[in-house]
Write a protein that binds this ligand. Structure first.
Ligand code: EPZ
Length: 423
């Protein structure tokens, strides 16, 4: 397994291009199953999760061609051969559950392996299933698979009232509703930019959707959907991650393609911590205003609140802030696994349940650390950028799931970073 070696190397400067959003692409790709016409995605990120979703769609008989070095995905599910998503692929990536809604809506039946949990939590899919039941589907959980069956005439429009916000359940229900007979209303729907991007793409395919980006989405079902070409929205989590590099190291970096509206709550916290964010014609320019950042409290919430996917990275910044910060993780039950690794670097962090109290220290010290999940891995790299000495991050395969060319992007703004085979 590869390792990444980072050595504290002072302020950064330059530009970092931000790729298309992993979490938008992972719901846009299954949307191809809704139509027999081609769906082409541009600005697709080159990530292992995208390759896993490609294999899953191909296992169903869909055509997926990665063109232009993977930035264009030309897809067609005209000749699908199966509506069964096997465990050996689904277990690799939870987002696989997002093929269930489209398969059920277009073919009236589907068998999808339950995804199982992951490092950050149990990750149940009960809200996904509740949504399909509200559209008339019969669901049977047996031998580790969801066996779903639509009524004889196909899914029917219904009212889906989510007890709490779920990004994936909103996406699955939204896709299924586009072909359901009648009107579907999603209440307490997720408002993430990735949902808005999915709705824009589905509308290009002929879907009739209102209210995306609000907590109530209304869909008028149509008989069939056509094809489309759609550009994947910028990845706000990659954006926020790289905005933290100059925040932690000092200097000034422009994140190309970044827009404040993707990360307003996050930018407010950066401002409070003493980081300046300036909108430019080509992106967001980020710099540290003074010598040391100030402690801030953070609570993760569904969009438009502070994103849970940036909690680990923000903690890396706050480890060397002036003062004490309190981070509350309200979305997942086990998302502080980066804390013990940061403590190995000299951070002072107390974790109790869903709350982490971070007492800022002057400087972290490089150390061998271990990535435990996608966002934890990049928070260790961020911490290593400003730490004294060398930080060796192991199990960087987690990183490859959500960040393309991390070493190249950080090297280009002056970081001392390299990827090596494990010694
Ligand atoms: C999406 O996961 C993202 N993944 C996650 O990003 C992100 O952290 C999460 O949304 C929250 O923003 C993709 O888009 C592929 P949820 P998802 O359903 O849809 C519970 C990353 O790092 N829940 O909004 O799985 C769930 O366990 C990943 O890129 C149920 O209980 O998240 C969690 O505690 C990590 N039952 C909470 O709700 C359900 O049926 C929010 O989950 C569904 C979810």
């Amino acid at each position: 397994m590869d390792q990444i070696i980072v050595t504290g190397n002072g302020p950064l400067s330059g530009q970092i291009p931000i790729a298309g959003a992993k979490n938008a692409c992972l719901t846009l790709m299954p949307a191809t199953l809704l139509s027999e016409e081609p769906l082409t995605l541009t600005n697709a990120p080159r990530l292992s999760d995208i390759r896993t979703m490609t294999l899953l769609l191909q296992s169903l008989g869909a055509e997926v061609q990665a063109l232009q070095d993977g930035q264009v995905l030309a897809m067609s599910s005209h000749d699908l051969t199966s509506t069964r998503a096997e465990y050996d692929i689904v277990r690799k990536m939870r987002a696989s559950i997002l093929v269930l809604g489209p398969l059920l809506a277009r073919f009236g039946h589907a068998e999808v392996s339950l995804p199982g949990g992951c490092a950050i939590g149990a990750r149940p899919v009960d809200l996904h299933l509740k949504a399909f039941e509200a559209m008339g589907a019969e669901l049977d959980l047996r031998d580790g698979y969801v066996h779903a069956k639509a009524p004889a005439g196909g899914l029917k429009g219904g009212i889906v009232d989510f007890p709490f916000v779920s990004v994936g359940a909103t996406e699955n229900a939204l896709m299924a509703a586009t072909l359901a007979k009648g009107t579907t209303v999603l209440k307490n729907a997720a408002r993430e930019p990735e949902i808005v991007d999915l709705a824009h793409c589905l509308r290009k395919m002929g879907a009739q959707i209102d209210g995306e980006g609000t907590s109530e989405i209304t869909v008028q079902g149509v008989d069939r959907l056509g094809g489309a070409t759609h550009r994947v929205v910028t990845d706000r989590i990659e954006l926020g991650t790289y905005m933290l590099a100059p925040a932690i190291c000092g200097g000034e970096v422009e994140c190309l393609g970044g827009k404040i509206e993707l990360l307003a709550a996050f930018c407010e916290k950066l401002d409070a911590a003493g980081i300046s964010v300036e909108e430019t014609p080509t992106g967001l320019k980020v710099a540290r205003k003074s010598g040391r950042v100030s402690a801030v409290d953070v609570t993760t919430e569904p969009f438009p609140g502070f994103p849970t996917d940036l909690q680990a990275q923000m903690m890396a910044l706050l480890c060397t802030a002036e003062g004490t910060s309190v981070l509350e993780e309200k979305i997942f039950e086990n998302r502080f696994m980066h804390a013990p690794e940061l403590i190995r670097m000299g951070a002072k962090i107390d974790v109790h349940g869903g709350t982490a109290t971070v007492k800022g220290v002057d400087r972290l010290r490089g150390a061998p650390v271990m990535a435990t999940d996608l966002r934890a891995s990049v928070s260790l790299i961020l911490a290593g950028l400003a730490a004294e000495g060398e930080t060796i991050v192991s199990r960087v395969y987690h990183l490859d799931r959500g960040y393309e060319h991390v070493v190249r992007k950080l090297e280009s703004v002056g970081a001392k970073i390299e990827r090596v085979k494990e010694q």
